[in-house]
Design a protein around this ligand. Structure first.
Ligand code: IFM
Length: 435
């Protein structure tokens, strides 16, 4: 059980659970086009046990049961993503009617159960046909993405409670094009610099397209970390500052100030698209809310052996999840206060937090402590309006495959049976108790 009561978060606070299409849907035969994760996963060495999303949790067929679980848990909202290649198999052009029908059923299913649909347009399943044209490295993606956004707004806009353009642009750009950990698996600074800018430029063009179709309540979801130095030596403090620029300030600064951090543009200048400064007005289009995904902190030290980006990371001494991520609720409180003081007064939503763990009692404590951190941040002026648990179900954890379990509901991948964990019951107890 949680020690937190829902009143600790204020009267109009929204609780939900979050998922993403590729991680749960499966059902890839019904006219859906290929996505970059399909082939990345098949390439040896990229994903543990070469797991892919072919079946995942079979949400494509089992969605009614999954929506029932969300409602019965006492949650009011469901954050889900639409698969671009399910709607437009080649990324541009022809539309897949079966895909349109699927999200019609899913969104209507949420509304029938009294759940607010929080949609994400892009949660990493880029159509392979667009990757063939350079994907996020190609400036044209701003137009392709805007057209896809307009389709979603035209078809579903009046039924969506909120829409986010991109989930975690740091992952789309840096993790996938510099570190090579996620699809398309590039390790190339020019590719990364281009993706870093184009992902935010495309976010801005999509906001324009959504607004011109009449869509309301628009945002973006950033993954943020508390970037800290390993020691108080000046070189480690500078390393943490550069880490913060790459992870946090590039996105917060771009979206809310129309400016990238100078300490990073100084390094990336030769690799950024020429004239990128002219796009900054589009990058920083006004929004209605900001989603923050928070999992852990980054602990940085100077590493002069890395010439271009001379920083390294260490594992700290705090308790860890089974992926080795330090558990640090204080970091969430600090980040929320920082974002609301330095970047925006918009309503904030914790659009994801959670832990990969088989010992569910640890997960209950994780959530309880992070809810308390949110309540403390609210008292310091952060306008936090909602909290989404990552994730409703155990699911496809990208390069970690199916071994890693973030769900508040367990999935048996042999039978696809869903079994609520203690964490689900803890949320249910808190959310049903209105005292
Ligand atoms: O599973 C992911 C999700 O897709 C995006 N945010 C982080 C989660 C845990 O790694």
């Amino acid at each position: 059980m949680f020690t937190t009561s829902r009143h600790d978060l204020g009267p109009n606070f929204t609780f939900g659970t979050a998922t993403a299409a590729y991680q749960i849907e499966g059902g890839q035969t019904d006219g859906r086009g290929s996505a970059i994760w399909d082939t990345f996963a098949k390439t040896p060495g990229n994903v543990k046990q070469a797991h892919d999303g072919t079946t995942a949790t079979d949400h494509y067929n089992r969605w009614p049961e999954d929506l029932d679980l969300i409602r019965d848990g006492g949650f009011e909202a469901y954050r889900f993503s639409l698969a671009w290649p399910r709607l437009i198999p080649n990324g541009t052009g022809e539309i897949n009617q079966a895909g349109l029908d699927f999200y019609d059923r899913l969104i209507d299913g949420m509304l029938e159960r009294g759940l607010k649909p929080f949609a994400t347009l892009y949660h990493w399943d880029l159509p392979s046909a667009l990757q063939d044209k350079g994907g996020w490295m190609n400036r044209d993606i701003a137009g392709w993405f805007a057209d896809y956004a307009a389709l979603v707004a035209r078809h579903y806009g009046d039924r969506l409670h909120a829409t986010a353009t991109i989930n975690e642009p740091w992952c789309v750009a840096w993790l996938s094009h510099f570190l090579g950990v996620h699809a398309p698996g590039y390790r190339d600074v020019r590719a990364a610099a281009r993706a870093m800018h184009h992902v935010l430029f495309a976010h801005g063009t999509a906001i324009d397209a959504l607004r011109s179709e009449g869509a309301k309540n628009l945002g973006i979801v950033l993954n943020l970390e508390k970037s800290e130095p390993l020691t108080d030596k000046p070189e480690d403090v500078s390393a943490a500052s550069l880490g913060d620029a790459i992870f946090n300030r590039w996105y917060l600064g771009g979206v809310f100030k129309g400016q990238y951090p100078e300490e990073l543009t100084a390094i990336l200048a030769p690799f950024l698209p020429e004239g990128y400064e002219r796009d900054m007005e589009t990058v920083s289009r006004p929004l209605d809310w900001l989603g923050i995904n928070y999992y852990t902190r980054g602990l940085y030290k100077a590493d002069p052996s890395r010439a271009l980006i001379p920083i390294g990371q260490e594992k700290g001494p705090l308790e860890k999840s089974d992926l080795g991520w330090e558990i640090y609720p204080q970091g969430l409180e600090d980040l929320l206060v920082r974002v609301s003081r330095e970047y925006t007064k918009l309503p904030l939503y914790i659009t994801e937090t959670g832990m990969s763990e088989t010992d569910d009692t640890r997960r209950v404590k994780f959530y309880d402590d992070h809810l308390q951190a949110v309540a403390r941040a609210q008292k310091q002026g952060a306008d936090v309006r909602g909290f989404f648990a990552w994730s409703l179900l155990d699911n496809y954890e990208w390069a970690e495959g199916y071994q890693s379990r973030f769900g508040i509901v367990e999935v048996d991948y042999e039978t696809q049976k869903r079994t609520p964990k203690g964490t689900y019951r803890a949320f249910q107890g808190m959310l049903h108790n209105t005292r």
